[in-house]
Design a protein around this ligand. Structure first.
Ligand SMILES: [Zn+2]
Length: 253
């Protein structure tokens, strides 16, 4: 039985070398979800695929189904997002979001909303403060995967949560002072309001953010802890982001 080649719009989540002259790409198709695809010969200088199969690019790609891997036939770049590869800060945030998508969804699980969040994030990373953009993208991806942080009610006793309270990343949300246990970080109005705003960012008409450094740090810390308890293995990109933190500015740009 011959299988049908198909064409799909996709974001390339990651690319690595494979074999002598090939590349292995993980692509995130709007209609088909995450797929691993081989770009045979893509490391040969004259390959048609050499310039187009690159991390973070928005492409229209033709794929031939295979047993384990799809094979990339043609790959037309619709938007290269080259800046996301050329700038180390932007690359780190883009890699973080791409890795998060990779970990949150299995292969061949179509997630058009997640696709739109990732495309919106990549676009806005070039225009706004990348730290805020990646934070909004990550919280939204987690929520789409079913990991919405709970801060209406105490996750331990179920009582309506009065703020300030505490955040229990392991339990997935806020806990009241009566249920608080060792060394939970505080959860206040400012950070809940900020995360709400991030979760509701409209990628076509993004709002301007005003946030204090303390609230931003708190929201980032919550995100990192939340991810650590929701995803089985640690994300490679998280440690790298933490290393870069000292050198960045907090202001909106
Ligand atoms: Zn409680």
């Amino acid at each position: 039985m011959t299988q049908q080649q198909y064409v799909t719009e996709a974001l390339i989540l990651s690319v690595r070398d494979m074999g002598e002259a090939d590349r292995l790409a993980v692509v995130f198709s709007r209609e088909h979800g995450k797929l691993s695809a081989a770009a045979y010969g893509a490391r040969r200088p004259r390959s048609r695929l050499a310039g187009s199969v690159q991390s973070f690019s928005l492409v229209e790609v033709s794929l031939m189904p295979g047993r384990n891997l799809e094979t990339i036939g043609q790959c037309e770049v619709k938007r290269s997002f080259r800046e996301l590869r050329d700038d180390i800060t932007l690359m780190t945030y883009a890699a973080f979001l791409a890795e998060l998508v990779s970990e949150l969804w299995p292969d061949r699980s179509p997630e058009p909303s997640a696709y739109d969040v990732l495309l919106g994030s990549f676009t806005l990373l070039l225009e706004r403060n990348p730290r805020l953009v990646s934070l909004a993208g990550a919280w939204q991806l987690l929520a789409l995967a079913g990991f919405h942080p709970e801060y209406e009610r105490c996750v331990t006793c179920g009582q309506v949560l009065a703020l300030p309270a505490f955040f229990d990343a392991c339990a997935g949300g806020g806990v009241c002072p009566a249920c608080e246990h060792s060394e939970l970080q505080p959860l206040d109005d400012a950070v809940c309001g900020f995360i709400d705003k991030l979760l509701n960012v409209n990628w076509k008409q993004p709002p301007q953010f005003k946030v204090t450094g303390a609230t931003l740090l708190q929201a980032e810390k919550m995100l990192i802890e939340f991810i650590a308890h929701r995803i089985e293995r640690p994300l490679k990109s998280v440690r790298f982001i933490q290393m870069m933190k000292g050198t960045e500015r907090l202001e909106e740009r």
